[in-house]
Design a protein around this ligand. Structure first.
Ligand SMILES: [Zn+2]
Length: 69
């Protein structure tokens, strides 16, 4: 299957969008918006900021593996 490693994060505070390359072997738990400097954290139930705010979920989730185990 094809894994998407680029995800466009949309800041929930200001709406700024930024394309980021996701690491395939680690979760991105914190992300600072380049526009408003808000520190984003995953929403409850999500493992990383890409799952909460990105256009694509993180690679381990796409592979249906558990993340951050
Ligand atoms: Zn922002």
């Amino acid at each position: 299957m094809t894994i998407t490693i680029e995800s466009v994060i949309t800041c929930p505070t200001c709406g700024h969008q930024a394309a980021e390359i996701m690491p395939t072997d680690a979760c991105t738990y914190f992300y600072v918006c380049a526009s408003c400097q808000t520190l984003l954290k995953p929403l409850a139930g999500d493992c990383c900021v890409f799952c909460s705010y990105g256009s694509a979920k993180c690679p381990p989730i796409q592979e249906q593996k558990t993340c951050c185990a």
